[in-house]
Design a protein around this ligand. Structure first.
Ligand SMILES: NC(=O)c1ccc[n+]([C@@H]2O[C@H](COP(=O)([O-])OP(=O)(O)OC[C@H]3O[C@@H](n4cnc5c(N)ncnc54)[C@H](OP(=O)(O)O)[C@@H]3O)[C@@H](O)[C@H]2O)c1
Length: 261
């Protein structure tokens, strides 16, 4: 079995940039997302740049059985993951009681269930290749987020789960890094239903920069990587303020962003 790096959510945004960065560093890739044509275009681009042509495996990771089907496809291609980059995810802005309950449950299926299954399914091959997991959370993982309640809770799960796995798998030589980006201008905002401007826009980093920071942190075996100085300061400050304050500020800030869509 050839070792590969499997990247979920590689059809856009941070995932596409993570794929490009891993390719530049010599990783053979498997690209996963729903939009096959986007994945094929990225595979063409990576191959044209002189890297090994990525394998394209379109999949809807919200559906039960998707990870088992992916595992079977990898075996059929004669490859197994040395690295899994769990990047696919989405958020929704609005009051949890008012947003579609079905869509919020689908978010849990993608952001939590699929990430967990992908993190656990390939532990033996990650161990064989002394590779690891790069799981994408968010700076919102460090606090509850009114008007993005389910999304923030999914990212708190990713942070908690991945840190525990970092400890559990260290003895096997498997590194587990949680990447926590702040705001990044991608398709994320239009899907979630807001525009990136105001104070959030000031903290924004380009997706390529976030991918490079994530890659470097992963290679160094960091447990948690918060992308960007401003975001590191913001997270550090949270320790010193009573929790009611960021809750109220976020509620107001998110409310303003939602009204600008
Ligand atoms: N952008 C930000 O400000 C920001 C900040 C912090 C954390 N993050 C996190 O970073 C990660 C990447 O987000 P992004 O900003 O790059 O968003 P994006 O541009 O919307 O990309 C999301 C990716 O996830 C894939 N995806 C969505 N639903 C899927 C499904 N059911 N099955 C398989 N793939 C699916 C999408 O591909 P298809 O539509 O082709 O399936 C796309 O490739 C997410 O986990 C997000 O929560 C983003």
């Amino acid at each position: 079995m050839r070792p590969v790096t499997l990247v979920t959510g590689a059809s856009a945004g941070i995932g596409a940039e993570l794929a490009r960065v891993f390719a530049v560093h010599g990783h053979e890739l498997v690209l996963v997302a729903r939009r096959a044509e986007r994945l094929t275009a990225l595979a063409d681009e990576i191959a044209a740049a002189g890297h090994t042509r990525p394998i394209v495996l379109p999949a809807d990771l919200e559906s039960t059985g998707a990870v088992a089907a992916l595992a079977a496809s990898l075996t059929a291609h004669g490859v197994e993951p040395a690295v899994v980059v769990n990047n696919a995810g989405f958020g929704l802005m609005g009051a949890a009681a008012e947003l579609s309950h079905a869509e919020q449950l689908a978010m849990i299926d993608l952001n939590i269930r699929a990430l967990t299954e992908l993190s656990l399914t390939f532990v033996d091959s990650l161990t064989r290749h002394r590779g690891g997991l790069l799981n994408v959370a968010s700076v919102v993982a460090f606090m509850p987020g009114p008007r993005m309640a389910v999304y923030c809770a999914t990212k708190a799960y990713v942070l908690s789960f991945s840190q525990a796995l970092h400890q559990e798998l260290a003895g096997r030589g498997v590194r587990v890094t949680t990447l926590c980006p702040g705001p990044v201008a991608t398709e994320f905002q239009s899907r979630a239903g807001f525009r990136l401007d105001g104070p959030q826009g000031l903290l924004a980093l380009p997706a390529r920069r976030v991918a490079e920071i994530g890659y470097r942190g992963f290679v160094r075996g960091k447990r948690v990587v918060i992308a960007g100085f401003g975001n590191r300061i913001a997270v550090a400050l949270l320790r010193f303020v009573p929790s009611a304050l960021p809750l109220a500020l976020l509620d107001r800030g998110m409310g303003r962003m939602a009204h600008r869509t």
